[in-house]
Structures are given as structure tokens and as C-alpha cells.
Ligand binder design. Structure first.
Ligand SMILES: [Zn+2]
Length: 462
């Protein structure tokens, strides 16, 4: 297996990380050579213009023959939602390719208050970012690479740490180049909560008791990794201090996520706890997303399903808290959303302009999957666990496998229900979706000036 090495060298300045030097190596012969395709590439900007690759300079690019002449140009995207830049070599490469870049932390545009959190940002005492917007990599497709990431902390203060999604210090992991891009890293002088595979890391002290929240999260994490038969899993949470008021979002990568809080305070602890559970749950229910957003109904919907129901079934959250969550995630995000009849395929085009559209796949997928799960259980045909548990975010399912699953379990009606969900047909909740203590209540809501049917959930009165 070909070895990709990455060494991250953060350099301290002005009480934070001033820049990061990323040095990489890879065998030249392992880079697929196709006319018109660059040898190395990166996304320029993604997520509707919200997430740019940071300002950088190429410090060196060599192979066994010496300096490699190259030019930069735009290139066909390896990633649907992002225009990409390529580094095109001007002679054949030989031996081991080595390249290093110096990245500068992003300076946020005026008035910026946004996510996703994959951009490359420093804050007092440290810096974090995502491989997608920090690493320039060969385009090696789905080929697994032995990836070795390590840190050079020689220009950091005493006590500084460097942590990657998959561990601290020198870590080796077999990953495709896309999976290397979808990793998070965190470096600086940090606080932490670390127990039995769960790690939470933050620089300055937020206006909430992070360690206390991590204590509450820990048993749910334990319960979930047992539930999904993934007992060896590790999970890391990196906190980011946003220099704007509206914060509190999160962005997930395999086995890690990054979460924002506002430097101005006002953190809603209960909401943040929910976000933590949601993002942690992303580790397991996974489906390939060939065109950006195609699988959001599953990736987000199924994550909502388990992140809401497992803490309830496991006894960590009561019916009242769960009902609040259901009403927020299904009624609020989907049933009472003006885009509730918009087909899935039309959502990506509008979702970054109107965040209400972005929430549809979460609630729609959740209710659809809850319906399928309830029907399977009622018919004695198992549950959606059978489909979900064999996969995780590094080994995602495919939409075709889901089609095969519902066809095998539920026949034509299962297929029709799936197609209806994709087409945006209103999903009517099955009875007794969430156990004996939670009742489904029909109601009416006004959407675009029209009264329409909706549902919410209540705790059963004893
Ligand atoms: Zn999510």
C-alpha cells in the first residue's frame, strides 16, 4: 500500500498559532497520470462560498530529480460542490514526491457568522481546521493509502498539543485521499476531557461548563458505541470560539467533530448538548453521497433518528426531553416547514440561501425512517438496525442497498414509500412511533397563508 505522509508544523506567534506548515510525501508512481489532470489538487471554496481554502504559499515541490516545475490552474472537481485548483507538473515525476505549504489562518469577512466549521481558523491559544481546506493531495480516487500524520511542535510553547481526528502524535491510518481530506485537526494550548475513547478539547474557557457536559455525554457515547457494535471507536470533539454572536453549530467528520461557541457568551447548553449527540451519532448511520446532498435524507435523517431515540431508550433522557426533541426535529424542521413538499433533489440548489430548506432532509428523513422502523417492528420483520449497524462513516451504505433492503422487507409498498419521500410527498406518521409513553397528536398549521395538517408529539398523561 502506498504511503502518504503528512507532517503538521504549527508555529506560535501573538499568543496563538500564526501559521501552519504542512509537509507531505507520496510515491510519484502512485499518482494516476491522465492528460489534462493535475497531480495535486484542493478545493478553492465550497458550501455556497462559505468555506474557502486558506491563503497559502507553496514552499517546495520536489521529486528525486530536484525541483518540480509546475503551474496552477482550475481543474475538474473531485468534489461536487466545490470548484477546485490543480497543481499541474511540467515534467514526469520521479521517485518520491515531496511538497510543503505554509497556510495562514483565515481572516473572517466583515459580518461573517456562519458554518460549516471546516475552514482554517485560529483563535486565542490555538487553531483548528479540516483536511479539505488545509491539505493539498494527490487525486488517487478510492485507492486506500497508508496515511501517516505527525506533528512537529518544535516552534510551539511548552505544553502545546497536536491532535488529529484519529489520534495524537504520530498516527497511521488506512484512508482514501477523500477520507484524509475529511479529517479535523486541533493544535495549541488546550483544555481537555478525555475518557475511554471520548475526547473533548477547547482553548479559552467558554461560558459553559464543558467538562460537566462531557460527563453527561460520556455514558451516551458508551451506550451508542455498544449499540452500533463499534466498541473500539474513538471520538474527538474540537471546540472553536467564534468571534461573532450567532454560533453553536457543528460540522462532523469521521470519528470527530468541530463545534462552535460564541466569544460573546449566550451559549444554550441544552442545545449544545443536543448538537454534541447529533454530531457524535454521525459516526454510525452512513450512506455514500455521490452528488452533494443526495443522501442527506439518510445521513441526517438517520442521525436524527438515533441521536433522539437511543438516549431515550437507554434511559439517559426522559420522555419529556425526547418529545421536545421530536417536536423540534420533525415538526419544526419538516412538518411545519414551508418547504415540506419540495422534492429532495431540489433542496441543494436553495439550501444555502434559505436555511429552512436545508433542514428538510433532517426531519423528512427522520420521520420516513421512523415510519419504516415502526412498520418493520409491527410486521415482525426486524428493524432498520439491520441495515444501519453493519456500516459506519468509513464504510457507508449506498442508496441502492437501501432500495434493495426496503424491497426485500416491504415489497412494492416499501419502494413506493421511498419514492414518495424523495418526491416530497407529505409523510403521515405511523401510529405508536415512539413507544407507549409518547403520543402522536394531529394538529393544524398555517403555511404560506394556508391551513394545513400537521402533527406533533406529547408525553402520554398517566
Ligand atoms: Zn448532521
Amino acid at each position: 500500500m502506498d504511503l502518504l505522509t503528512l507532517t503538521l508544523k504549527p508555529r506560535w506567534g501573538n499568543d496563538t498559532v500564526a501559521d501552519l506548515i504542512v509537509s507531505a510525501s507520496f510515491p510519484a508512481a502512485a499518482i494516476p497520470s491522465e492528460p489534462g489532470k493535475p497531480e495535486l489538487s484542493y478545493p478553492e471554496i465550497a458550501y455556497g462560498g462559505r468555506c474557502p481554502f486558506p491563503d497559502y504559499e507553496i514552499l517546495a515541490l520536489t521529486d528525486d530529480l530536484g525541483d518540480m516545475p509546475y503551474h496552477l490552474d482550475s481543474t475538474a472537481s473531485f468534489y461536487d460542490s466545490a470548484p477546485c485548483r490543480g497543481i499541474f507538473f511540467e515534467r514526469p515525476a520521479n521517485g518520491t514526491l515531496r511538497w510543503s505549504t505554509r497556510l495562514l489562518p483565515r481572516i473572517l469577512p466583515e459580518g461573517y457568522q456562519s458554518s460549516p466549521y471546516f475552514d482554517f481558523r485560529a483563535e486565542p491559544l490555538g487553531l483548528n481546521g479540516c483536511g479539505l481546506f488545509a491539505f493539498i493531495l494527490p487525486q488517487t480516487g478510492d485507492v486506500p493509502l497508508l496515511t501517516r500524520l505527525d506533528w512537529d511542535l518544535s516552534e510551539m510553547p511548552e505544553g502545546a498539543r497536536g491532535i488529529w481526528s484519529f489520534g495524537e502524535g504520530t498516527v497511521e491510518k488506512v484512508l482514501t485521499s477523500w477520507q484524509v481530506r475529511m479529517t479535523l485537526f486541533n493544535t495549541g494550548l488546550m483544555h481537555c476531557f478525555e475518557r475511554d475513547g471520548l475526547g473533548v478539547y477547547w482553548f479559552s474557557q467558554p461560558d459553559m461548563d464543558v467538562a460537566a457536559i462531557a460527563e453527561r455525554l460520556y455514558p451516551i457515547y458508551r451506550y451508542m458505541k455498544d449499540y452500533f457494535h463499534d466498541t473500539e471507536s474513538r471520538f474527538r470533539v474540537f471546540l472553536r470560539r467564534d468571534p461573532f454572536r450567532f454560533s453553536g453549530g457543528g460540522s462532523a467528520c469521521p470519528y470527530s467533530f468541530i463545534s462552535g461557541y460564541s466569544a460573546y457568551g449566550g451559549t444554550d447548553e441544552a442545545h449544545w448538548f443536543d448538537v454534541l449527540i447529533h454530531e457524535m451519532t454521525h459516526t454510525w448511520p452512513a450512506m455514500e453521497d455521490p452528488a452533494d446532498g443526495d443522501s442527506a435524507w439518510f445521513c441526517e435523517g438517520c442521525t436524527e433518528f438515533y441521536s433522539t431515540l437511543l438516549p431515550y431508550r437507554g434511559g439517559f433522557l426522559d420522555a419529556e426531553a425526547t418529545v421536545r426533541s421530536l417536536n423540534d426535529k420533525i415538526t419544526g424542521c419538516y412538518l411545519n416547514n414551508r418547504y415540506r413538499l419540495t422534492p429532495n433533489a431540489e433542496l441543494p440548489a436553495i439550501q444555502w440561501q434559505d436555511l429552512r430548506a436545508q433542514k428538510i432532509p433532517y426531519g423528512r428523513g427522520f420521520l420516513y425512517l421512523a415510519n419504516v422502523d415502526a412498520r418493520l417492528r409491527r410486521l415482525g420483520k426486524g428493524s432498520i438496525d439491520e441495515f444501519v449497524i453493519p456500516h459506519d462513516i468509513l464504510h457507508p451504505s449506498t442508496q441502492q442497498e437501501w432500495v434493495d433492503f426496503v424491497r426485500a422487507k416491504l415489497g412494492e409498498s416499501g419502494l413506493r414509500e421511498f419514492q414518495d419521500m424523495l418526491d416530497g410527498k407529505l409523510i403521515i406518521p405511523e401510529e405508536n412511533l415512539f413507544g407507549p409513553d409518547i403520543v402522536t397528536v394531529q394538529s393544524e398549521v398555517e403555511l404560506d397563508g394556508e391551513k394545513v395538517i400537521s402533527w406533533h408529539w406529547e408525553v402520554r398523561q398517566k
